[in-house]
Design a protein around this ligand. Structure first.
Ligand SMILES: Cc1cc2nc3c(=O)[nH]c(=O)nc-3n(C[C@H](O)[C@H](O)[C@H](O)COP(=O)(O)O)c2cc1C
Length: 167
């Protein structure tokens, strides 16, 4: 892609990103017999019907190539009970699943216990976006639990069940 004639200041872009509030997911896949995953907040729903979502993963991530090779992924939307899980999956630990309770989804992807919601998805497209791969996925299984979602904003984690409504 051709470079832009001008580009925004990096610090300003960091500030811009800090103004955007998201949830936190852990995106997982099986690497042969080994479960792999990383923390991802670049998740979005694309359409409800057909249920289509996307996640963006940095190509230098050690989990990237396993996700890229997979047919299916799981997207675990983290709950307020899972601060320990974010720490683990945002790390570079060798075996992130060592102390994490999980089970295989219907298509074999790792579903992490205590999540607020979970999806198993079939990868439909893998788009190269410079430093990242955008995975466009069709949801094949979905479930929700009675657990409030974790909220992420400006480098901090919040209780998604304690948000103050406007108006
Ligand atoms: C809240 C949060 C959100 C993150 N979102 C993303 C993301 O959307 N995409 C990504 O590639 N990395 C994201 N990361 C960073 C990865 O989780 C981190 O680089 C991790 O160490 C990668 O592990 P790996 O190299 O073992 O795959 C996020 C980290 C945190 C704490």
């Amino acid at each position: 892609m051709a470079p832009l004639a001008s580009k925004p200041d990096l610090d300003v872009m960091k500030q811009v990103n800090r103004r955007f509030v998201t949830g936190v997911t852990v995106v997982t896949a099986m690497d042969g017999q080994t479960p792999r995953g990383l923390a991802v907040n670049a998740f979005s729903s694309i359409s409800l019907d057909p249920a289509t979502v996307m996640v963006c993963v940095q190509r230098t991530s050690s989990t990237h190539d396993c996700l890229f090779r997979a047919d299916h992924l799981a997207i675990n939307i983290l709950s307020t009970d899972q601060l320990d899980v974010v720490g683990t999956f945002a790390s570079k630990a060798d075996d992130k699943f060592k102390d994490v309770e999980w089970e295989s989804g219907p298509c074999g992807s790792p579903l992490i216990a205590r999540s607020s919601a979970q999806m198993e998805v079939e990868i439909r497209e893998r788009l190269q976006a410079s430093t990242h791969t955008v995975f466009i996925c069709r949801v094949v299984h979905a479930s929700v639990a009675e657990r409030h979602p974790m909220v992420y904003s400006a480098g901090k984690f919040f209780d998604g069940g304690a948000l103050a409504p406007l108006g």
